[in-house]
Design a protein. Structure first.
Length: 326
């Protein structure tokens, strides 16, 4: 199924390239020139911010140096970008890498999940704001309007359910896995140790519920990380000679957040990202070709970051752990 999705994404990419015109797309890409270097640096700053958020999400942050946190962040990005496993493997991989720096497995999973969730909370909130604003000012076609409403509802339910689980100290992950095991969806080695998972969720809730000061700081860092992506898109639009204000870049960036969640099992969201960007750009009155080019350029910088992540992963897994997990 995942291979089919990848092949379908590649086919969509080729179709969009043919439909929008290879010559026009190539001309847009040529305009970028040295602007791409700053875009890549901004993307690096995005990961640097999220690495700081990851370090602060560790129950015992003194065990994890910032350089190690950045290497682990880039390693997880490489796994998620270059495989069809999405966060189902990249987040556990981060947890495992954290155990090589003195954390227990439960602490590693709690930190990786906490950072991922807080980033997801921020991204969902920004997406809701942007889509509601755009729907009030842009006449979407009926299908696009229904999709936008569906995204708003889905993200709203996600945020509300998460807040309820945090406030009421509800073991959401353990409950879901126990339910899947009960109906036979998990078998053999996949059968979860619910008691172990609940202890891990205690550590997760310690970050999300019992330490509001640290939670607020992590959330602010995640907001900063998202604003860096907005600045990157604004810079790319400038390079593509497409007039857009920083606020308009914020609306565009936030309105396409859903593709990262919905299509995380397609490596680099091949084809899907280009199609979504082209559609959103056209809906707001910008050339679809510019949206395609912006998404394609972002794919290139993601590949550069993934290459760095593979190097970091090699260094992190070479030899014995730097500290013994306790």
């Amino acid at each position: 199924m995942r291979r089919f999705l990848l092949f379908a994404g590649v086919a969509l990419l080729a179709f969009l390239l043919w439909r929008l015109g290879p010559a026009e797309i190539l001309g847009l890409l040529r305009r970028v020139g040295w602007y791409f270097l700053l875009a890549a640096l901004l993307y690096t700053a995005h990961h640097a911010a999220r690495a700081l958020a990851l370090r602060l999400s560790v129950v015992r942050p003194h065990l994890l140096g910032y350089g190690d946190a950045l290497a682990i962040r880039l390693s997880g990005e490489a796994i998620q970008s270059l495989t069809s496993t999405g966060p189902l493997v990249s987040e556990p991989a981060k947890a495992w890498l954290l155990t090589r720096h003195g954390l227990t497995a439960q602490e590693g999973f709690a930190a990786a999940i906490a950072e991922y969730l807080i980033n997801a909370f921020v991204a969902a909130a920004l997406s809701i704001v942007a889509l509601v604003y755009l729907m009030q000012r842009v006449a979407f076609p009926p299908l696009a309007d229904r999709i936008a409403i569906g995204i708003i509802i889905a993200f709203s339910v996600f945020l509300v359910a998460s807040v309820i689980a945090i406030v009421r100290r509800f073991y959401l992950i353990g409950t879901i896995l126990a339910g899947l095991a009960k109906i036979g969806a998990l078998r053999g080695r996949l059968r979860p140790d619910i008691a172990w998972i609940n202890r891990m969720e205690d550590l997760l809730l310690a970050i999300l519920r019992e330490r509001p000061g640290r939670l607020l700081l992590i959330a602010l860092i995640e907001v900063a990380a998202q604003m860096i992506l907005v600045l990157e898109l604004f810079w790319l639009l400038r390079a593509l000679e497409t007039p857009a204000s920083p606020f308009f870049a914020f609306l565009l960036e936030s309105s396409v957040k859903a593709i990262g969640f919905a299509f995380s099992f397609i490596p680099l969201q091949v084809g899907v990202a280009e199609g979504t960007y082209a559609l959103v750009f056209e809906l707001v009155g910008l050339p679809a070709a510019v949206g395609f080019a912006a998404a394609f350029l972002r794919r290139i910088r993601s590949l550069v970051a993934a290459s760095a992540g593979l190097g970091a992963l090699t260094l992190l897994t070479r030899g014995a752990p730097s500290r013994r997990a306790i």
